[in-house]
Design a protein around this ligand. Structure first.
Ligand SMILES: Cc1cc2nc3c(=O)[nH]c(=O)nc-3n(C[C@H](O)[C@H](O)[C@H](O)COP(=O)(O)OP(=O)(O)OC[C@H]3O[C@@H](n4cnc5c(N)ncnc54)[C@H](O)[C@@H]3O)c2cc1C
Length: 468
């Protein structure tokens, strides 16, 4: 182990995970269950796991497999599908009581409205139909049969086309994270320790690993995985990594209406925008309602609703650097993106916000009125989108920075859907850190989490950035 300090060392570990959202807990589970690494710890600043973006009400609860996500390329869809399907396979092995709290069967639809979108969706269907054989193509009448409110009150001459499946899933990612911890506890392993209420203040490289200072003492570890999502770049930069990245902070909030949809209905996405276009979803925690959103408001914080994280945003984003400013100007001078952000800034305004937001929902439910909508208070999270300040480009999706025995994972959507896949990928990397001294029982993992199919982690759902 590392270090020989006289100060109060709370623990010395082989692997330390920072951040107990669905990503960190999935890795904690993977390492504890399928490897023989002697000492593993997970540090989480809150007093429960999954209280930030993985919290049940802070995201859209969709298991993204690529069938209704029209912004995924076919290549990305091919990787995301088996990666995300690890969650249902894992959940189906749990006790039925646990299953019923985590995974919910739900129909899913991607809806194209108007001639242009219909043509695009026709083309998309031809591309993906072999990968998703369950996907049905529905014409206007068939759409009305499964989701009557979509056709009710709609102009007769408006073209509609949908791709639809009954075999979709909604996931309570907070409950999923809690189940990873329960599974580790069930093993009764004394190799794995969970520290709740431990806020990491500083990570420092030392002789043979890292020293991690928290509000409750110091930890030492050989390898560190920072699964702190919005805070990952903050810590990376503190160690000199990822300097070329900045962050566009986008807060996603929601509205509720009474139940107007039977399942999830997504709309066509603009590839220039990093987020899912507005969609309607049943909420797995709030019965008989439809949740609409998310909105996408530029808001300079790292955690939703916590103004205290604003300073940390400015530190992570490096906003005062010339190349950052130039990148922001370039990215936001794109008319589509600029219009999108300005419009979204207005959706959260009191009184008028929901009236302005209404046309997005009317695309799905033409007969809806502003009075049918209510702001979903306390729902919503942050999606921090990376910006490469060297190329001045927006980086869509997830990313990770790989350093010297340390990884920083940045996990906007579909990070939650592919948490188990990412955990396998990081476990393999950890095995390399220890020169394969320890064993990863991938066969047992595949048996539990992929029903025996090989988990091809060489194929990435995220973009990797190597730093030395
Ligand atoms: C509006 C919205 C809708 C979304 N919809 C979907 C969806 O439908 N499907 C999907 O797959 N994904 C969705 N996502 C993305 C999804 O929520 C994230 O990919 C996922 O929750 C990331 O999990 P995580 O564990 O990496 O991060 P988080 O859940 O944010 O966890 C990070 C953890 O790190 C901890 N932490 C931070 N700093 C410290 C510190 N200093 N010390 C100790 N601990 C620390 C935090 O407390 C937190 O628990 C959505 C996101 C948003 C915002």
């Amino acid at each position: 182990m590392v270090g020989h300090r006289s100060e109060n060392i709370v623990g010395k570990y082989d692997v330390l995970i920072i951040g107990g959202g669905v990503s960190g807990t999935a890795l904690f589970y993977m390492l504890s269950r399928y490897t023989n690494i002697p000492k593993i710890a997970l540090l989480e600043k809150e007093d429960k796991v999954a209280q930030v973006n993985s919290r049940g009400r802070n995201n859209s609860q969709t298991l993204h497999i690529g069938d209704i996500e029209t912004n995924y390329s076919l290549e990305k869809a091919k990787v995301v599908k088996p990666a995300a399907m690890m969650i249902p396979f894992y959940v189906k092995k749990l006790h039925p009581d646990a299953q019923n709290k985590i995974l919910f069967k739900v129909s899913k639809m991607i809806l194209a409205v108007g001639r242009d979108e219909v043509a695009k969706l026709e083309k998309r269907y031809e591309e993906i139909k072999e990968l998703y054989p369950d996907l049905q193509k529905l014409d206007r009448k068939e759409v009305g049969d499964v989701e009557p409110n979509i056709t009710k009150g709609r102009r007769e001459n408006e073209e509609l086309l949908a791709l639809y499946t009954l075999d979709g899933y909604a996931v309570d990612y907070e409950m999923l994270a809690a189940s990873f911890i329960s599974e580790v506890n069930k093993e009764g392993s004394n190799r794995s320790d969970l520290f709740l209420g431990y806020k990491v203040k500083k990570i420092k490289k030392v002789d043979k690993g890292y020293r991690v200072d928290t509000n409750k003492g110091v930890f030492e570890a050989v390898a560190v995985v920072v699964d702190a999502d919005s805070y990952s770049l903050f810590f990376a930069k503190s160690l000199g990594y990822g300097k070329k990245f900045s962050l566009i902070p986008v807060a996603g909030s929601f509205y509720f209406s009474d139940k107007l949809l039977n399942g999830k209905v997504y709309t066509m996405q603009d590839k220039k925008l990093p987020f899912a276009a507005v969609h309607g979803d049943p909420d797995v925690q709030i019965p008989n309602k439809t949740r609409w959103g998310p909105t996408a408001k530029f808001f300079p914080v790292l955690e939703s609703g916590k103004l205290s994280t604003s300073m940390d945003y400015f530190k992570s984003a490096g906003l005062f650097r010339y190349c950052t400013a130039k990148s922001f100007v370039k990215i936001l001078s794109d008319y589509t993106r600029f219009k999108y952000l300005v419009k979204n800034a207005l959706y959260d305004l009191p009184l008028v916000g929901k009236t302005l937001f209404l046309p997005n929902i009317k695309k799905i439910i033409p007969s809806i009125k502003a009075r049918n909508l209510k702001k979903a208070k306390g729902f919503g999270g942050m999606r921090l989108q990376r910006v490469d300040t060297e190329t001045h480009e927006l980086q869509l999706g997830e990313g990770r920075i790989i350093g010297d025995n340390i990884i920083f994972n940045m996990t906007p959507s579909p990070g939650a859907s592919v948490c188990l896949f990412n955990a396998v990928r990081d476990t393999e990397w950890i095995m390399g850190v220890f020169d394969n001294k320890y064993k990863f029982d991938k066969f047992a993992m595949e048996n539990d989490c992929t029903e025996g199919y090989p988990c091809e982690t060489g194929k990435e759902t995220s973009v990797d950035f190597y730093s030395s």
